[in-house]
Design a protein around this ligand. Structure first.
Ligand SMILES: [Fe+2]
Ligand SMILES: [Fe+2]
Length: 331
C-alpha cells in the first residue's frame, strides 16, 4: 500500500527529517505529556481570558457581605460581634481586598516566576514546544486573573465609597516564605528548585483557596463570580503544574529531589496558613478597639492555624511520585 506524503502525517514527518536543509530533529526526544497536549489544544476555547468580560457593576449587590463571615477567624469573639455593623461591614470589605491582594501577589511573585523558569527549561529537561506553549498559556491566564482580582477590589472601593488601599496590607504567608526561602538558597539551582516547589503547591492548591469563596451562596455576587471564573482556569493549571513537576522530578539528582520535596513541605505550610499579619493590619486600619488582642487570641488557637484545609492535590501528586514519606510534612 502506498501512502500519500501530503496526507500521511508520519510519512510527512519522516520525509522532513531526511531533508538536508533542516536541522536534525528527533520528535521523540523533547519531553511530552498527553494531559498537557490536550489542555494546550483546548485553551483557546476554555480560558477565561478568551471569553467576554461580565459586567461587574450589574452583579454588585450592596446588601450582600463582601467576604464570608465563616472565614473570619475571630467571628464568634464578643469583641468582634459587639462592633457596630458599619465597622464589621468595613472589616468584611477589607478581608475581600486582602484576599484579592494575596491572589494577585501569589500570581505575580510566586506562580509566574516559577512558570517562567519552566518555560525557559531552567531544569534542563528538554521541554518540547507543547509544554512550553502550555506553560506560557498558563502565564497569560495568571496575568489576566491578577487583572480580574484588581478590578474586583477597585469595584468594591468604588461602589462602597471606601478608600482601603492594598498598600496598607502586608504580603501574605506564601509570598513572605517564598521570598525568604529563595533569598536563603545557596545556589541559583537551589533557588530555582524552591521556586518550582512553591509554584507547584500554589497551582495545585489554589482551587481549594478559591473554593472557600465559591461555596458561600450568600456572598456578594460579583465577588463570587470573579472567583468562580478564576477557579475554572485553575483546575487545568493544577493538572499542568502536576505534570510538569513529575517530568522535572524524574530527571533530578538525589540532592535536587531533596531540596524540591523540602520546598513542597514549606510551601504547603505557608499556603494553608491563616494570615494573622494581614488581620492585624486590618484591625489597625479600622482602629478597632482591642483589635490586636482579638487577632492575637485567634492566632494562638492551634485549631485556627489553617485557612485552607484541603491540600490533598499535592498529596496525590507526591503519591504518584511515590515520595509521600520523604516530604517533611505532617499529612
Ligand atoms: Fe490564577
Ligand atoms: Fe494558576
Amino acid at each position: 500500500m502506498t501512502t500519500d506524503p501530503y496526507t500521511d502525517e508520519a510519512a510527512t514527518h519522516e520525509s522532513m527529517l531526511r531533508l538536508p536543509s533542516l536541522p536534525s530533529f528527533d520528535p521523540g526526544d523533547p519531553v511530552e505529556s498527553a494531559v498537557i497536549r490536550s489542555l494546550a489544544g483546548t485553551w483557546p476555547r476554555r480560558a477565561t481570558v478568551k471569553r467576554r468580560e461580565p459586567d461587574l457593576d450589574d452583579l454588585f449587590d450592596a446588601a450582600r457581605a463582601d467576604y464570608p463571615a465563616g472565614l473570619i477567624p475571630f467571628r464568634d469573639d464578643d469583641r468582634f460581634t459587639r462592633l457596630d455593623e458599619p465597622v464589621r461591614a468595613r472589616v468584611h470589605a477589607w478581608a475581600w481586598i486582602a484576599y484579592n491582594k494575596n491572589v494577585m501577589d501569589v500570581e505575580q511573585y510566586v506562580v509566574n516566576p516559577g512558570f517562567r523558569l519552566l518555560s525557559q527549561d531552567a531544569f534542563g529537561t528538554g521541554l518540547g514546544d507543547t509544554l512550553t506553549v502550555s506553560t506560557l498559556q498558563a502565564m497569560v491566564d495568571e496575568q489576566y486573573h491578577t487583572l480580574m482580582h484588581l478590578n474586583a477590589s477597585a469595584l468594591t472601593r468604588r461602589r462602597r465609597g471606601w478608600h482601603m488601599p492594598e498598600a496598607r496590607l502586608p504580603y501574605g504567608p506564601t509570598v513572605r516564605h517564598h521570598h525568604a526561602a529563595v533569598a536563603a538558597a545557596d545556589t541559583p539551582r537551589e533557588s530555582a528548585l524552591l521556586s518550582l516547589a512553591y509554584t507547584t503547591v500554589a497551582e495545585t492548591s489554589i482551587s481549594s483557596y478559591l473554593g472557600l469563596m465559591t461555596d458561600d451562596l450568600e456572598l456578594q455576587p460579583v465577588n463570587r463570580a470573579t472567583v468562580v471564573l478564576h477557579r475554572r482556569d485553575e483546575y487545568c493549571h493544577s493538572s499542568i503544574a502536576g505534570e510538569l513537576l513529575k517530568i522535572v522530578y524524574e530527571r533530578l539528582s538525589r540532592d535536587d529531589r531533596h531540596v524540591l520535596l523540602s520546598g513542597l513541605a514549606a510551601g504547603l505550610r505557608a499556603f494553608e496558613a491563616n494570615d494573622y499579619a494581614t488581620w492585624n493590619a486590618i484591625m489597625a486600619a479600622e482602629n478597632v478597639r482591642d483589635g490586636a488582642a482579638l487577632v492575637s487570641d485567634a492566632a494562638h488557637d492551634a485549631e485556627r492555624r489553617k485557612l485552607v484545609q484541603d491540600c490533598s492535590a499535592i498529596h496525590r501528586l507526591c503519591a504518584d511520585l511515590d515520595v509521600v514519606g520523604e516530604v517533611p510534612y505532617e499529612w
